[in-house]
Design a protein. Structure first.
Length: 115
C-alpha cells in the first residue's frame, strides 16, 4: 500500500497545480488505467480511506474540497518554487549586469564606432 501511495504522491508532484490533485472516481479510474492497475472502485475507496486514516493526505482538505495533498507535499512544492525563483532572479541579475557592462563599454563611442 505504501508503494501505491508513493505513486500517488509522484502523480501529485506532476500534477498541473503542483501541490494538490483533485481526486474523484473518474480521476481514480484514469489513474489506475494509466498505472496499469485493474481494480474496482470499491477497493480504491477502501484503499483511500486507509491512506487518509494514516495521514498520507490531509483528510479535512480531501473531504472539504476533494483534493489530495499534505502539509509535506505543500512545503516541498513551495520550497522548490522559492529555489526556482532565486535561480530566475540570478539569471535576471546576470542579464542586467551584461546589459550594464555593454552600455559602459559603448558609452565613450560615437555613433558607428566599433569596439
Amino acid at each position: 500500500m505504501e508503494r501505491f501511495a508513493d505513486n500517488i504522491k509522484i502523480t501529485l508532484q506532476n500534477s498541473k497545480e503542483g501541490f494538490y490533485c483533485r481526486w474523484d472516481k473518474d480521476i481514480c479510474l484514469l489513474f489506475c488505467r494509466k498505472a496499469g492497475i485493474e481494480v474496482d472502485i470499491q477497493f480504491m475507496d477502501t484503499l483511500f480511506q486507509s491512506l487518509l486514516e494514516r495521514n498520507f493526505f490531509d483528510t479535512n482538505l480531501f473531504h472539504k474540497f476533494g483534493i489530495l495533498t499534505s502539509r509535506s507535499i505543500q512545503i516541498r512544492f513551495f520550497e522548490a518554487t522559492v529555489r526556482r525563483r532565486k535561480i530566475k532572479e540570478s539569471i535576471v541579475e546576470e542579464n542586467k549586469f551584461t546589459t550594464a557592462a555593454t552600455r559602459v563599454r559603448g558609452a565613450g563611442k560615437r555613433t558607428g564606432e566599433s569596439e
